[in-house]
Design a protein around this ligand. Sequence first.
Ligand SMILES: Cc1cc2nc3c(=O)[nH]c(=O)nc-3n(C[C@H](O)[C@H](O)[C@H](O)COP(=O)(O)OP(=O)(O)OC[C@H]3O[C@@H](n4cnc5c(N)ncnc54)[C@H](O)[C@@H]3O)c2cc1C
Length: 451
Amino acid sequence: MQELTALLGVRLSVNADVREAHGAGYSYHECMPPDVVVFPNTTEEVSGIVSICAKYGIPIVPFGAGTSIEGHVLALRGGICIDLREMNQVLEVNKDDMYVLVQAGVTRNQLDELLEGTGFFFPIGPGVNATLGGMASTRASGTNAVRYGTMKDNVLSLTAVLPDGKIIKTGSKAKKSSAGYDLTRLLVGAEGTLGVITELTLKLHSEPETIYAAVCAFPTVEAAVATAIKTIQKGVPIAKIELLDAAMMGAINRYSSLDYEEVPTLFLEFHGAVAEVEGQILKVEEYAHSFGAADFVWEKDEARRKRLWRARTDAAPSAMALRPGAKLMSTDVCVPISQLAKCIVDTQQDIEKTGIMAPILGHVGDGNFHLTILINPEDNEEFERAKALNERLVRRALAMGGTCTGEHGIGVGKLQYMALEHGDSLDMMRAIKHAIDPQNLMNPGKLLPEQ
Ligand SMILES: Cc1cc2nc3c(=O)[nH]c(=O)nc-3n(C[C@H](O)[C@H](O)[C@H](O)COP(=O)(O)OP(=O)(O)OC[C@H]3O[C@@H](n4cnc5c(N)ncnc54)[C@H](O)[C@@H]3O)c2cc1C
């Protein structure tokens, strides 16, 4: 402790409230606070902290904004939480090479504001104001991924502190490279189990000339998903295509006093030059009609477009408002798109049989959807029913060639599915972890089930 205090002075806390605030994240898991929380300013300070931890065998949990939902930041073995919020500087915006260099604690909203008016944007955005270090560490995506990819596609290079305190830089600023193992993509999605990311070079994208948004009601989930599949298969470069089921539309109506039809609904966004975008809308509207949908409601004016999308943006709080005091257990399976309708419909039948409240929203262009399961954490029987529903869903998705998590990550909540999904290749993941972190100090107990 003396060595840490000498390094950080007042940027270290053992206050119970501060520790509590770092012990759960946005998850339904019970809070497990760290012993100490530290707030470094620089990569060198992170290296100093990690070196002290390596010397004394102290566990480390990196912390961004704490919005992860699978118990990623629980301090299962106590130790030190490294909160990167003070590392919030945008270090370079390079318009010629279309990248931005940021410290890991820069948040999504902060980057958006900084880029406003530059003609560029960063497309990855979870529904909350996460940090870019946290987003890289969970390999996050969100509504734009169908066109612009996920964090794995948008991080060019990283600076990271390894478990022995060594500072490394991965990748380069070049658009592509064949030079050796891809350490950038190894650290992206590592959930803080291999090192602490301190800086990221991120790809920028040109702002589209125009953006149109549309909403369309469907008679069935199958019809909505069939429209999404046809849109993707026909190569329409749609920017967002999101499904909300009837239960979620009901939640939104109640939350925002709206009067949408309570049926499966697609929210769509189109990016490009005006003529291109209008052509895309006509095509997708024709596909929707062929599956029995009504006409699109669409907007191009920015304020009205944002109002139209507000219903989708408010989906999570709308669902939460259905059951005040409940905790959110979000599922996150992702399946090959041809299997998506069946996976959702089978799951809806399962929800009905289980008698649990679980409105659905999906990034359907990617085959990814979430049940927003609302549970009373005090009610053990209900909690077990919810977990069983989640498990059946994961097994259904895996049987269809999918994954237990499209974008939220493993944390502790999905550990039990890693062997089921990866089989023998889990051994290679364990070998990598052991080679890089032989003392198992970096976020221990997460991502890899222990043997
Ligand atoms: C309402 C709601 C909606 C959401 N919607 C989406 C969505 O649409 N798409 C999506 O992908 N996610 C979504 N999420 C999940 C969440 O926002 C993401 O997982 C996000 O990427 C976490 O970022 P964070 O900064 O909060 O990280 P944290 O929660 O602080 O940390 C997440 C993990 O990364 C590690 N970590 C954090 N920073 C670093 C670092 N600098 N170096 C190494 N490891 C680090 C932590 O140890 C932890 O394991 C949503 C969450 C909520 C609550």
